[in-house]
Design a protein around this ligand. Sequence first.
Ligand code: FEO
Ligand code: CA
Ligand code: CA
Ligand code: CA
Length: 685
Amino acid sequence: DTTVTVSPAAIGFAAVAKNRDDIVTVPAGYTATVLYRLGDPIASGVPAFANNGNDTDYARRAGDHHDGMTYFGLSASGNTPDATNSTRGLLVMNHENITQAYLHVSGATSVGGVRPEAEAQKEIECHGVSVIEVSRSAGAWSYLPTGALNRRITPNTPMVFNGPARGAAQLKTRFSADGTVGRGTINNCANGTMPWNTYLTNEENWAGYFRRASGDAAVRTAAGTPKENISLARYGITEGRTGNYGWSTVTPADTSSTLYARWNATAATTAPADGSGDFRHEPFQYGWVVEIDPFDASSVPRKRTALGRMNHEGCVIGRTIAGVRPAFYMGDDAQNEYVYKFVSSATWAAGDASSANRLAIGDKYLDAGTLYVGKLNADGSGQWLPLVFGQGPLNAGNATYPFADQADVLINTRLAADALGATRMDRPEWTAVNPATGEMYLTLTNNSSRTVATTDAANPRAYSDPRAAATNPNVSAGTTNGNANGHVIRLRESGDTSEATSFTWDIYAFGAGSDLDATNINLSGLDATNDFSSPDGLWFGLPSNVTGQTTPVLWIQTDDGAFTDQTNCMMLAAIPGVVGDGSARTITNTIGGTSATQSTRVGKAPGTALRRFLVGPRECEITGIYSTPDGKSVFVNIQHPGENGNGGSITSSWPASQSGTPTTPSRPRSATVVITKDDGGIVGL
Ligand code: FEO
Ligand code: CA
Ligand code: CA
Ligand code: CA
């Protein structure tokens, strides 16, 4: 029996008020400094960023839409890891997507439906991952444009496949006839920080980038691969799609290049039926967790197929205990998808954390193990259901999708989870593990398709938020019904071990405006100091050994369109309790004329142990957070400020506006900020 102790609230700042200003607002006594912006050069010889749509060479500049991020300490003067260094390190971050309008002089163009290669190249290279060297000197942080380990990883960067699906028939393409290699990573959302000094980047909304012409399903059926149609449909790649940004329409100057043709997943009638002659299988090469060694700029990233294929939001390792198999927690972010756990076959050996063969250590823990999907029961219990070929319905006799082998189960993770009857969640986003207790937290950002009839105890709310988009231009369409404001759920593994196949759960906090119905909607009793909507980013801070504090600060970030009549997106700090510290509740859900009761399990009201720390500029999302090991510098990403504007109508001038409103509007840029406490103390305490 493990005794869990949690210290009282130790948050040490005055809450920031909700606001719609065009700056990053932090509490009194804190400073936010802009560090790394879209377009900033990361190699010598790259011109300064003009920010007028004429810039090129984004494979050697910061990408767009900064997202998940890790700080890795560097040795004082070399290029090796030093987990104790709080003044020199590598920032590794995702560039999830683009705000297309700001990358070009006057918006995206096409001629007769064909995109210009120069524009498409910029858009592609703005996706991926950055590795940059940062340092603190005389109190001030800067990034080093010529850092030896600086690197951009893009959708064009060579990668290899590892794990059970390596070489599978569904991974074979014209680029990789044996299905063992691929090109690049895209729509990289949240991250994972491995104790052996590697970075996990996670492919989320990759499906939207692919073209799939009408008639493709018939070609696949005729080729003897009708199962592919079931799979493509389950992952949202329906027929008649152009693909985001239309990259496959490009006619490249180098006619031998397939860098654009690869975004067309339509099966060619003239190509071999195994897919090795066209790019019909390119969508199967995406939807994976990808491991990067940031300390070796020439290393080839590895796609870890054992962790399944989905809209991977993030991948977080739980507590590591010698001799115990570690767990990795993952959300599949789409409406009514699932939460997953991977348990490695290998037991943890502490010496692996200091190995110089980092990707080989990744092979050890991430290429073999068991992938599970979560089932959450009404009584607060739950099970991890194994996605193992041959167990239960995961076999060739399955009527919906006949599974051939474990590679087929992993490539079609969602279909396997459907077959097991897992719990359909309200868009699983980030996970975080409390280092003091081992409990796992998961943001469920919102779900406009949750109805009164389809609620369950773990996804219990369906209601009409009065902030109707029709009457308020600051509220996004489609955000005000269902679970409009999201919640944060948490679970405790049975026996407090990562190897457990059962758990208990409750809901830590429900998002809501403090003005909403306290009986049925604002179930966590939020007030003006901590009301929030659409939780997304989630991270337990460092360090975890502050005197008198056993639980580090839990940081919660928002990606919201429902509460934007009152405030821009935000970040909050919390000292959470433990699973089961609250009570069972029954609420009444109402949408339109339909009402029904629903039981749920609500954690203790967070009260003053949850407080708003930061509000971002206009139209941004706050996502991505990490700190130096001393906890005195916290890095936060500001994604897509001014995303609803364009070159001719600029709706935010951030980050130029951070130091005062510019005299003429400036194109907004996603950027990293670093937050420090003016007295030099630990951020948040
Ligand atoms: Fe990229 Fe689910 O957020
Ligand atoms: Ca997210
Ligand atoms: Ca989100
Ligand atoms: Ca976003």
